[in-house]
Design a protein around this ligand. Structure first.
Ligand SMILES: Cc1cc2nc3c(=O)[nH]c(=O)nc-3n(C[C@H](O)[C@H](O)[C@H](O)COP(=O)(O)O)c2cc1C
Length: 278
């Protein structure tokens, strides 16, 4: 098997950082030079920690060259900037009609690909409705499906609250499921993964923050998830989501038709500080 770890002997300083940072200890130091333990190479998560931690950029892993990575020290947003982004992000429930461009969506998702996944599984599938016209058709089909359920014996116990969404849509054109957003994203992942739901939730959380940084609005769509994943999963398979996937969560997004001029005010997190262990 090809050695997946290529070391530039001229720039490697033999510091051993790559070996120390490998989650499974797959890199062995031999004569002050790192080498992949080829007997256990199958365990490699392809996390690229070795490439990222090397102070001199001396390691290529799985054909990835450190020169193609972005330099870090001094380039990250400050804690204050990130804190303001987190505090200033709001659930958006009013949207403008102008769509978000493919370029913006791709830029956003390019960063989301860096969200952590259990055992670096990276199997989250993002099913996206980009075309607002397709979104409108999807919106109509969802309300029609709920209406049909109501007519044919009613909604399952515990889901009666969805009736209000149908009535509001029918009587006043209000869309409380998708909040009138022009786009929709569904994160799903193979059921066989070690934690598909967590992977999807984390990915959408990153999506939401990236969107906020770009002036875009998002709304986690619990109503849509319950309507679609629980009542008509087949409608999701029709969108191309494999039946072998867990539906993680769904989010509507677009350009906000609302401006928030300040942060909200939240109490501190609930904290349980462990001071001693008996
Ligand atoms: C898992 C989840 C599901 C949600 N579902 C909905 C929803 O169906 N409709 C909606 O308008 N907001 C929904 N929200 C948004 C919350 O209501 C919102 O985050 C909360 O009120 C706080 O407002 P903020 O996000 O602006 O801070 C959901 C949020 C989460 C995290």
């Amino acid at each position: 098997m090809r050695n997946v770890l290529e070391v530039n002997n001229e720039t490697c300083i033999g510091c051993g950082e790559c070996a120390q940072d490998c989650p499974y200890g797959l890199i062995l130091m031999q004569n002050d030079r790192p080498a992949m333990d080829m007997e256990r190479v199958e365990m490699c998560l392809e996390c690229h920690h070795c490439l990222a931690v090397c102070p001199t950029g001396a390691l290529c892993i799985h054909g990835c060259n450190p020169d193609d990575s972005q330099a870090l020290p001094g380039n990250s947003p400050s804690a204050e900037q990130l804190s303001l982004l987190i505090k200033g992000r709001r659930t958006t429930r009013r949207y403008r009609k102008e769509p978000v461009s493919r370029e913006e969506i791709d830029f956003l998702l390019e960063a989301v690909a860096y969200a952590p996944t259990a055992v670096n599984n990276r199997q989250v599938l993002f099913t996206i409705i980009e075309d607002p016209q397709v979104m409108d058709n999807f919106r109509k089909a969802t309300y029609a499906m709920l209406q049909e359920k109501i007519m044919n014996g009613g909604l399952p116990a515990g889901m009666e609250y969805l009736q209000e969404a149908v009535v509001k849509s029918r009587d006043s054109g209000q869309d409380i499921i998708f909040r009138g957003a022009p786009h929709f994203i569904i994160a799903s992942a193979p059921k066989t993964g070690s934690s598909p739901e967590a992977d999807c939730h984390i990915a959408l959380s990153y999506f939401e923050l990236m969107a906020a940084s770009m002036g875009l609005g998002t709304v986690w769509s619990g109503l849509a998830k319950r309507s679609l994943a629980m009542l008509t999963p087949e409608s999701l398979y029709k969108l191309g989501i494999p039946e072998s996937h867990t539906i993680g969560y769904m989010m509507a997004f677009g350009r906000p038709a609302v401006i928030y001029h300040r942060t909200v005010q939240r109490e501190n997190c609930h904290i349980n500080r462990v001071l001693n262990v008996a």
